[in-house]
Each structure stands twice: as structure tokens, then as C-alpha cells.
Design a protein around this ligand. Structure first.
Ligand code: NAP
Length: 468
């Protein structure tokens, strides 16, 4: 049989996940010149867009405008969405191999990295990923509870997620009510008694993972004074040398936090501390098993044998009160059933997006990866575009070379029938558009972007009786 890609014999690709990397991959596939392609996108949630819906901060609505691009991609006649369908449960790798030429994994990094220190699992210690998913109304996290009656909160890490978490904890009730945050989270955060929020960087401001715009915003919050210790943003020799060679954005970032260190608190209801050069040694608990604080090690910076700027404890330690701790030290990929996975890196092993078969080290024909499960949990939404272009290019090369296994059941209707039989609650893109309209409509009288539906049951009930 000829290589797939003609109108009679289209190239069939299943994409697992529906976040930015998935949509960019779909776009490149569906726009491939001289090649007819059909894309079936699967998500275990009824709602698409991955972290754009469930991760991007609810007070950063502009970032979510990328959804307009994804909607255009979804309008392509070769595109289908199968929401509320879990890979490995409702459709397996074997099922997809019988129906499509290629499976493209774009499932992101679904859990958090661990700190590996004592007390990490005390009550009141949570991963930032849990908190973010909770306030964004992710159905799996809507029932979590966070004790917001405490005064002190520590957020470990100084990446953009830590900045998001700290900022959200400092929003005023008025600011919260303008967001598309889940209703229950607005309610809980509006009643929060938190007074002090500290984000904790183990290295200095030059090495901080947060970006300029995000850290600048911390100095502009109506409800919180930002506090930085001058001695923690004074640059040592290593940092000064690193900064001299750094991009302009890094210099701006350092200037921003140094300017913060010269401010005098103005008596706003909350105080947001940005700390540097401290590492948590342990989380300390009370008799009731709840976290009461942390023991921090003070650090100095040194170069390791590979030339990287790393920390070394000075020997000095510091106690810190915290009734609630968020660990925000990065996301981590999770293995998919029957798909190669490198447990050490948390990635699907791949070369330019071609999944590698651990039994022989070469490509696993017809399987590809893109986004965070391919390269790790780094970069902003736009970085996924180049990543997906690279993966789709190798996929199309393999298709043209006749290197993709021909599926036994290439009729698109056969896969749809299988999915509907296995998962009667499957949600199509038309269904999602109805849910979207319901959410937006619920937000209108309140002047909010939308009021999210946060449980799968309520989403499916809202779609009855006419599911598309
Ligand atoms: P991240 O950028 O990788 O930051 C992780 C932070 O955790 C770093 O400060 C890191 O410090 C620290 N860390 C790691 N291990 C640690 C340990 N054992 N002890 C103490 N600190 C530790 O991860 P992220 O914040 O989860 O963000 C993930 C990606 O999403 C990033 O690319 C981020 O820019 C992006 N994002 C973007 C936005 C936005 O554009 N507004 C919002 C949210 C997320 P070291 O540097 O010392 O390792």
C-alpha cells in the first residue's frame, strides 16, 4: 500500500492530551502540504486545553487568549476530540495501533517533583501543583482542602509556579471575584487569614527561575507589600560574573528584586517575602501531625565540577514558622500504560520526538512524543510550538518513507464506534463548546470570564439529553 496521506487513505494520528503541545502538533499535521491527515485528540477530562485551563493563573486571562488559536485548529474538518476518555483505560495503545498510523503523546507532566526531606508529607504540606489544580477547578482536585486559617505560608521554590501561588494567596476578594477561579476557591481564599507568604529560593536572584514580568507583578499587588532582604540580593562574585554574561532580561529581573529590597512596607494587609539563599532542611510538625514550620539552611554559592552555580550550606540554620507549605520545585512526568518511560528523568525516551523502544534503543515505529513529556517541564506555552513542529516533521518524514505500520481498521468511524462503546460518556468538541457557552453565560451576570463547571458529573448532566 502507498504511504498514507491521500484523501482516500489519509494519515491517521491519535494525539494523547489536549494542551498546547497537542494543539500545536494538530495544527502542523492538519496544515501539512500535499498530505491528507486526520487527527483524533484524546483527553481524560471532558474539557480540552490542559494547563491553559487547569494551570495558567486565573488572574492572567490574557495568556488564555491562545485558546482562540486552538478553536480554529479544532474547526478543521480532519479534527475530532474525544474528551472524558482515558488512555490505557478506555482506549489502549493496542486499540490505537489497530486504528491509526501514529500515536503522539502530549500528556504533559502530571505530578510534582519531591523534595526528599523529612516532614514533606506532614498534614498542611502540599504540592503547588495540587493547589493550582484546586483553584483552577480541576475535577480531580476540587475536593482538596487547604488550611487558610493559618498566618504564615511558605512556598518552596522561586519558579513562575511559586510566584503564581504566592500572588494568588495575596489577592484581595475584589481581585479574586474578577477571575475564572473555581467558585469554592474564591470563597475559601476570600476568607483566608493568611498574613505572611514567603517564597524560598535556594540560590540567588541571578539564578532565580521566575521571569521578569511575573516577579515585577509581585511588587504591584494592592493587597500585599513585597519584602526582600537586602543582604540576600547583594551579589557575590559568582553571581556578579554570571550576571555580566547574562541576557538583559536577567539583569532586569535582578534590578526588580533589588528595588524591592529598598522598599519600606506600607501597611497593606499581607506581606509577601521573596527569600534567597535558603534551602529547607526539614518540615517541622506539631503533636497533631500538622506542619508548624521549616528549618532552613543558609547557603553560599559555589561552582560544581561541571561549572554550574550550585549551593553549599554555610552551616547556619534558621527556623521559620509556616502552618501551610507549598512545594513548588517543578512538575514531573507520569508513565502511561504500555508506553516506554524513563523513571529517572520522568520523560518518554525519544529522539527529536520519535519514541525510543528500550528493548533495542531504536525508534518504536508509529509512536511520538511532544511537549513536557518529551523535553521536561520547562518553558512557556509558546515553546511547545517549536517542540511540536520538530516532532510532527519527523512523523511526516516517517510517513513519507513508508515507515509507519498500516492499521488494520483505518476507517475513522470504526475508532469512534469503539470509543463510544467503551466510554458512553465521551465528550465531542461540539459538546465542549456547549459546556464552554454554559460557563461563559454563568459568568456574565457576575462580570467574570466564566464560572467553571468543576465536576465531571455536572458537566455530563449539563450536556444531557443531546450529546453530539
Ligand atoms: P521551574 O521554573 O523549574 O522552577 C522550579 C524552582 O524550584 C526553581 O526555583 C528551583 O531552584 C527550585 N527547586 C528545585 N528543586 C529544589 C529543591 N530541592 N529545593 C529548593 N528549591 C528547589 O518550575 P515551575 O515553577 O514549576 O514552572 C514550570 C514551567 O512553567 C517553567 O518553565 C515556568 O516558567 C512555566 N510557567 C510559566 C508561567 C508564566 O509564564 N506566567 C507561569 C507558571 C509556570 P533551582 O533553580 O535552584 O533549581
Amino acid at each position: 500500500m502507498s504511504a498514507p496521506g491521500t484523501p482516500d487513505h489519509p494519515l491517521r494520528v491519535a494525539i494523547i492530551g489536549s494542551g498546547p503541545a497537542a494543539f500545536y502538533a494538530a495544527e502542523v499535521l492538519l496544515k501539512a502540504p500535499d498530505r491528507a491527515v486526520r487527527v483524533d485528540m484524546f483527553d481524560r477530562l471532558p474539557t480540552p486545553y490542559g494547563l491553559v485551563r487547569g494551570g495558567v493563573a486565573p488572574d492572567h486571562q490574557k495568556i488564555k487568549s491562545v485558546i482562540a488559536i486552538y478553536e480554529k485548529i479544532a474547526a478543521h474538518p480532519g479534527y475530532r476530540f474525544f474528551g472524558n476518555v482515558e488512555f490505557g483505560t478506555h482506549v489502549t495503545r493496542g486499540d490505537l495501533e489497530r486504528h491509526v498510523h501514529a500515536v503522539l503523546y502530549a500528556c504533559g507532566a502530571q505530578t510534582d517533583k519531591r523534595l526528599g526531606i523529612p516532614g514533606e508529607d506532614l498534614a498542611g504540606s502540599h504540592s503547588a501543583t495540587e493547589f493550582v489544580a484546586w483553584y483552577n477547578g480541576h475535577p480531580d482536585f476540587r475536593d482538596r482542602t487547604f488550611d487558610l486559617s493559618v498566618e504564615h505560608v511558605a512556598v518552596i521554590g522561586v519558579g513562575n509556579v511559586a510566584v503564581d501561588v504566592a500572588r494568588i494567596l495575596c489577592l484581595t476578594p475584589e481581585e479574586l471575584r474578577e477571575t475564572d477561579m473555581a467558585d469554592y476557591a474564591i470563597e475559601a481564599l476570600s476568607q483566608s487569614r493568611v498574613k505572611e507568604v514567603s517564597i524560598l529560593g535556594r540560590r540567588g536572584p541571578v539564578q532565580a527561575a521566575f521571569t521578569t514580568v511575573e516577579v515585577k507583578e509581585l511588587g504591584e499587588l494592592p493587597g500585599a507589600d513585597v519584602i526582600v532582604r537586602p543582604e540576600e540580593v547583594a551579589l557575590d562574585e559568582l553571581s556578579a560574573a554570571e550576571l555580566a554574561a547574562a541576557r538583559a532580561a536577567t539583569r532586569t529581573k535582578v534590578e526588580i528584586v533589588q528595588e524591592f529590597s529598598r522598599r519600606t512596607p506600607t501597611g497593606k494587609p499581607r506581606r509577601l517575602h521573596i527569600r534567597f539563599m535558603v534551602s529547607p532542611l526539614e518540615l517541622v510538625g506539631g503533636a497533631d501531625g500538622r506542619v508548624t514550620g521549616l528549618r532552613l539552611a543558609k547557603n553560599r554559592l559555589v561552582k560544581d565540577s561541571a561549572g554550574a552555580v550550585v549551593t553549599e550550606p554555610t552551616g547556619e540554620t534558621e527556623p521559620m514558622a509556616a502552618g501551610l507549605v507549598f512545594r513548588s520545585v517543578g512538575y514531573r512526568g507520569v508513565a502511561l500504560p504500555d508506553v516506554p518511560f524513563d523513571a529517572r528523568t520522568g520523560l518518554i525516551p525519544n529522539a527529536k520526538g520519535r519514541v525510543l523502544d528500550p528493548s533495542h534503543g531504536g525508534p518504536l515505529a508509529g509512536h511520538y512524543a511532544t511537549g513536557w513529556i518529551k523535553r521536561g517541564p520547562t518553558g512557556v506555552i509558546g515553546n511547545n510550538k517549536a517542540d511540536s513542529v520538530e516532532t510532527v516533521n519527523v512523523l511526516l518524514e516517517d510517513a513519507a518513507a513508508g515507515a509507519l505500520p498500516e492499521p488494520a481498521m483505518p476507517d475513522p468511524a470504526a475508532l469512534e464506534a469503539l470509543v463510544r462503546e467503551r466510554r458512553p460518556g465521551v465528550v465531542s468538541f461540539a459538546d465542549w463548546k456547549r459546556l464552554d457557552a454554559i460557563e461563559v453565560e454563568r459568568g456574565q451576570p457576575l462580570g467574570r470570564p466564566r464560572v467553571k463547571l468543576t465536576s465531571v458529573e455536572e458537566m455530563l448532566a449539563a450536556l444531557e439529553p443531546a450529546r453530539g
